[in-house]
Write a protein that binds this ligand. Structure first.
Ligand code: PGA
Length: 250
């Protein structure tokens, strides 16, 4: 049976001092979280420090992106093996900010997904539609296309060691959460699409919801049958709020 996973995506926020404070707070309260796995995804430069701070805890570590190539002349990129060497278990790929601000295509995201898996990292594949795409009624088409790029390159078996995060772009950082029903509909679509290829893999796949999740709305979202935790941006930067979300997942 699949479990619940809550991951904090810190994006490009924090300083050495603030992440130490944040991790102190999370570690103090993590004992109250039962029945959900918890991960944090710091800016890459802070990964070694956070790896040190989580030693001896069950908190897991992830990168916010990963290069599609294994090594070489790729200035500014970070490889899967580097993330792995510093203790990462996960790598987010295809976050909407990467897709929209840095022009990452479905094909490139699929290659990043593959690179993560080659090294034994679990990719957290972000998918989701823009507001105008939802208004045009093409949400499933968009999310389907984003999944197909990975299915075509890697095949369904790759989803046995992967996480999918459904993040409607209009809900990210806007304070506008999808209703539990809106989110559940897309989660069910994702699971059914993959189940049509392999039921077992689809049933075991963790599908997180992301987009303005906070302590006050997490429990209702996570109680939906196909929502298996969350990918948390803004609220993951406050220990109390992040812990409340993790508790809601447990
Ligand atoms: P948010 O971000 O929780 O701040 O909306 C979610 C995300 O981008 O992963």
């Amino acid at each position: 049976m699949r479990g619940k996973l809550v991951a904090g995506n810190w994006k490009m926020n924090g300083s050495l001092e603030s992440i130490r404070g944040l991790m102190d707070g999370i570690k103090q309260g993590i004992g109250s979280v039962q029945g959900a796995a918890v991960a944090v995804c710091p800016p890459a430069i802070y990964i070694p420090e956070v790896a040190r701070l989580i030693e001896g805890t069950d908190i897991r570590l992830g990168g916010q992106n990963v290069c599609d190539e294994d090594e070489g002349a790729y200035t500014g990129e970070i490889s899967a093996s580097m993330l792995k060497e510093f203790g990462c278990a996960y790598a987010i790929v295809g976050h909407s900010e990467r897709r929209s601000l840095y022009g990452e295509s479905d094909a490139l995201v699929a290659k990043r997904f593959a690179a993560a898996r080659r090294c034994g990292l679990i990719p957290i594949l972000c998918v989701g539609e823009l507001l105008e795409e939802r208004e045009q009624g093409i949400t499933e088409q968009v999310v389907g296309r984003q999944l197909d790029a990975v299915l075509e390159l890697e095949g369904i078996a790759a989803f046995a060691d992967a996480v999918v995060a459904y993040e409607p772009v209009w809900a990210i950082g806007t304070g506008k959460t999808a209703t539990p029903e809106q989110a559940q509909d897309v989660h069910a679509f994702i699971r059914a699409k993959l189940a049509a290829v392999d039921r077992g893999i689809a049933e075991n796949l963790i599908i997180q919801y992301g987009g303005s999740v906070k302590g006050a709305n997490a429990a209702e979202l996570f109680s939906q049958p196909d929502i298996d935790g969350g990918l948390i941006g803004g609220a993951s930067l406050k220990a109390d709020e992040f812990l409340a979300i993790c508790q809601a997942a447990g």
